[in-house]
Design a protein around this ligand. Structure first.
Ligand code: HEM
Length: 151
């Protein structure tokens, strides 16, 4: 009986384009932003749901109070940016893995990028331009009414 000898495999030729390896940095970003998101998300949940009156204390005035301080403005904006870029890059990976038609894949990846960019822009604008005194006539929160009257 003659043994069959398999053909030797052709040597692996890595397709390596010049310039930064964006896929590698995307991979690194998912891990680094994951660690940062744990701190940002659990800090956010702890302060909103556990401290003081907890979940029962959340109303318009609570949000207005948080957005009156640059610390919470930046906390929320960082959470928004890291989570949206992380989520969009994750969706891009899934799309690249599962959508086999090249043109549909390109359209979907662009749609994900545009949606993320739009939401980042909108969210950042909302956080930094938020004015708690608009619609104050409907409020019953003493400190908010006094603060807006003093402006
Ligand atoms: C607690 C904070 C989070 C941590 C620690 C975390 C961690 C990770 C890690 C390490 C990956 C890469 C997995 C892989 O390549 O196999 C990943 C993927 C992903 N993450 Fe997150 N993440 C967090 C929050 C979020 C949030 C808030 C979103 C949505 C906005 C999100 C959406 C995704 C998506 C869509 C993927 C791609 C899944 C895949 O490749 O199969 N993650 N996450």
């Amino acid at each position: 009986m003659s043994a069959t000898i398999a053909d030797p495999r052709s040597p692996r030729t890595a397709v390596r384009r010049p310039g930064p390896n964006l896929e590698k940095w995307g991979w690194v970003y998912m891990r680094v932003s994951g660690v940062i998101l744990v701190v940002l998300i659990f800090g956010h949940l702890f302060v909103n749901l556990m401290v003081g009156e907890g979940i029962h204390g959340i109303d318009f005035a609570f949000v207005a109070g948080k957005y009156a301080t640059p610390f919470w403005q930046w906390w929320d904006v960082l959470m928004l940016w890291f989570a949206l870029i992380h989520g969009a890059n994750g969706m891009r990976t899934i799309t690249n893995d599962y959508v086999t038609h090249p043109r549909i894949r390109r359209v979907l990846v662009w749609a994900i990028g545009l949606a993320a960019a739009f939401l980042i822009l909108l969210g950042t604008l909302v956080v930094f331009t938020f004015d708690p005194c608009i619609g104050i006539e409907n409020s019953t929160t003493e400190w908010l009414i006094e603060m807006c009257a003093a402006q």
